[in-house]
Design a protein around this ligand. Structure first.
Ligand code: HEM
Length: 227
């Protein structure tokens, strides 16, 4: 009786935690997609990219949007730490039951905490570079604005920076290649037909993120820092 009660009380809480993780993870996937689309302007021209950056920072909604994004990241990270610690402390049998496929772990699923840590370190370094890096100024359509293109072009003229960036976004690709599918499982979408499609979509999404984000530093490196 005591054990059953414990099970009934504990199960919904852990499902809620997983669903919270899934919701924050999927929202972050949406952010990744939107950010990647904006970054594509770098292939159009330096002016197009700088105009886009200027439009973002001068938008009055940028502050609430940034605060929401930070809250989303913090929520995802805090819950990730909590779930990882709980999984580690659980008995091996419980841990196995938490495996969503029941068919054992894959490389991507078993490395979620590590790829997550790499993303976190990468994000901090990226933000430091962009927010606190040199503030070059340029003129676009007669308007003075920050020359973000020049900052990135200079950064990615260094092959070590390019390699580090590609390593980190590959970890991001691996993280979401499992996470995207796993999130739908957490919401109870678990039908053999859907599973196959979602696993496939998840891998495509992971690959798109890894290749899409890797293309940017490679493009700037191959241009040789030319503006
Ligand atoms: C843009 C960045 C990120 C995206 C798009 C993302 C996305 C996801 C998604 C969709 C899931 C699956 C949720 C589920 O199983 O229901 C997940 C799980 C996870 N994430 Fe992230 N994540 C990101 C950043 C991070 C960071 C920075 C960390 C840690 C420092 C992290 C750690 C984890 C862990 C440990 C799990 C597995 C939790 C579990 O099921 O036990 N993630 N992530």
């Amino acid at each position: 009786m005591g054990k059953d009660c414990k099970k009934r009380c504990v199960a919904p809480t852990s499902i809620c935690k997983k669903q919270f993780m899934a919701m924050t993870g999927l929202l972050l996937c949406g952010f990744l997609l939107a950010h990647l689309s904006g970054n594509c302007l770098i292939y159009v021209s330096a002016d197009a990219f700088n105009r886009y950056g200027h439009m973002l920072v001068t938008n009055p909604l940028i502050l609430p949007a940034e605060m929401g994004l930070v809250a989303l990241f913090l929520a995802h990270i805090c819950m990730a730490i909590k779930l990882t610690v709980e999984n580690k402390n659980a008995r091996p049998q419980n841990y196995y039951l938490k495996s969503k496929t029941g068919r054992g772990a894959t490389f991507a699923s078993s490395t979620m905490p590590y790829t997550g840590m790499i993303i976190l370190i990468f994000l901090v370094l990226y933000l430091i570079t962009v927010k606190y890096g040199p503030y070059y100024v340029t003129q676009v359509d007669g308007k003075e604005m920050r020359d973000l293109y020049r900052l990135l072009a200079e950064n990615f003229s260094n092959p070590l920076h390019v390699a580090g960036y590609i390593f980190c976004v590959s970890a991001l690709g691996i993280h979401v290649s499992h996470g995207f599918w796993s999130a739908f499982q957490s919401f109870g979408i678990n039908h053999p037909r859907c599973n196959c499609l979602l696993k496939c979509l998840s891998k495509i999404f992971g690959l798109l993120m890894a290749l899409g984000y890797s293309a940017l530093p490679l493009f700037l490196y191959l241009k040789g820092g030319k503006l």
